[in-house]
Design a protein around this ligand. Structure first.
Ligand code: ADP
Ligand code: MG
Length: 415
């Protein structure tokens, strides 16, 4: 009730645009590679059959083929073939999430890249210096949009990773010991029931460049930890988040934000946390048999697979609950069983939007794993509109109509 009072809507029709959307599942096929050297691979086991479908078939002579498997066709929100440029993928995936956040400052969204190691997750999320991925592009658009807002909002960035089901801050250099050991952070819930990472550093950022500088700092930190702890970054999930705050509020309690989180983190009064956008580069989804892991590596595999499995089970339970809405027997969604699902419970549950980027390699040698990835991802596409009548909303006052036309700064090279 407290929320409703302060809502201001920029115009008629906006409400419809803000309707919560389906869980979206995008598939991106990467160009073929052989033994790490990027080059075209004739031995492809998958191809896009339309803008919305993909076919996968086992190579002749493979175990799968011998056992009678002749492949599958799956449909997704969109399928992007190996010729897809970074701009095109960004426009279809993260750009609408940024626009939603600029229209409704309470919007929560998360884009997760899922797939086996070397399938193009990091290329998609971060990209390279000359071909930036969705995240740097989203940051440029977000800050250009925020600058066009009459009402100033504060943006803060956080960057952390989940390794062996432990959360580590990548922006807190003081939390790192001489060998790169770091203190694991805990998940908590504020009085509004929102999940947050207790003690996580959040740095105020005023531009895309500042946010990107933090990202680079965190990535260096991640590498340091990697060397010291002897693991590869493809064995951890990394999460970069921009959260919007409104400052200068009087009597913030009436806004419903006098939450445990602010008290917990010692952020000054008169501030309200609004929406956020997160980019998750999930750990490689390949299963343990393939990597033939033992010891520490096996423990990593178990942690990764159980978290990805939990994500799948959450999606399945959400789907079930949608299909049985109003008809009793609803399932408990096991958000708390893994860090990634618990972290994004709010977005998964409907206070925003979840977008899955399924990155696949077309190489025949990856057939078994890729078939598994597509089967898993196909399950997610069956989730309809996630209802969230209680989803909070707050439109930023006096949104400039020129927002869409805001010129992108020259921070990104042309493609
Ligand atoms: P992952 O993060 O899934 O383990 P990467 O994103 O690191 O995989 O991709 C592995 C390699 O393939 C990298 O060198 C990356 O630059 C390259 N690569 C991945 N996807 C593409 C693509 N769509 N176009 C060109 N190169 C790509
Ligand atoms: Mg990667």
């Amino acid at each position: 009730a407290g929320l409703a009072r302060t809502h201001t809507f920029a115009g008629a029709g906006l409400d419809d645009e803000l309707e919560l959307k389906k869980l979206q599942v995008f598939v991106r096929i990467r160009p073929g590679v052989t033994a790490g050297a990027p080059r075209w691979d004739a031995e492809n086991c998958i191809h896009a059959t339309s803008k919305y479908s993909i076919a996968i078939a086992p190579p002749e002579g493979s175990q799968a083929y011998k056992s009678g498997d002749r492949g599958q066709t799956y449909s997704f929100t969109r399928v992007f073939d190996e010729h897809t440029a970074q701009t095109e993928y960004y426009e279809a995936t993260a750009a609408p999430l940024v626009r939603d956040l600029l229209r409704n400052a309470r919007h929560n969204s998360v884009m997760m890249a899922y797939g086996i190691t070397a399938a193009g997750k990091t290329y998609t999320i971060e990209g390279t210096k000359h071909t930036p991925g969705v995240m740097p592009r989203a940051l440029v658009d977000l800050f250009a949009g925020l600058a066009a807002h009459v009402e100033p909002l504060v943006a803060r960035a956080s960057y952390y990773e989940v390794y062996n089901e432990q959360i580590y801050d990548l922006l807190d250099e003081h939390g790192v010991g001489p060998l790169g050991q770091r203190a694991a952070l805990r998940l908590k819930e504020d009085t509004l029931g929102r999940v947050f990472v207790a003690g996580l550093s959040e740095a105020e950022v005023g531009s895309a460049d500042e946010a990107l500088a933090l990202l680079r700092r965190g990535s260096r930190q991640r590498q340091r930890g990697e060397t010291a702890l002897n693991y590869s970054s493809s064995r951890s999930h990394s999460i970069f988040t921009i959260t919007l705050y409104q400052q200068g509020l009087e009597g913030q309690d009436s806004e419903g934000s006098g939450s445990g989180e602010e008290a917990e983190e010692g952020v000054g009064g008169g501030e309200e946390r609004l929406g956020r956008i997160s980019f998750v580069d999930l750990a490689g989804s390949e299963r343990a048999q393939r990597t033939g892991n033992v010891g520490v590596r096996l423990k990593e595999s178990v942690a990764i697979n159980s978290s990805l499995m939990t994500l799948g089970r959450c999606l399945e339970a959400l789907r079930w609950n949608q299909q049985h809405k109003g008809g009793g027997n609803l399932r408990v969604v096991p958000y708390r069983e893994s860090k990634v699902t618990h972290l994004f419970r709010d977005a998964l549950h409907g206070w925003g939007q979840v977008l899955l980027s399924v990155n696949v390699s077309p190489a025949s040698k990856d057939y078994d794993e890729t078939a598994h990835v597509l089967k898993y991802a196909a399950l997610a596409t069956q989730i309809g509109t996630i209802q969230a009548a209680e989803a909070p909303r707050r439109t930023i006052k006096a949104v400039s109509p020129a927002i869409k036309k805001v010129k992108r700064k020259a921070a990104l090279p042309p493609e």
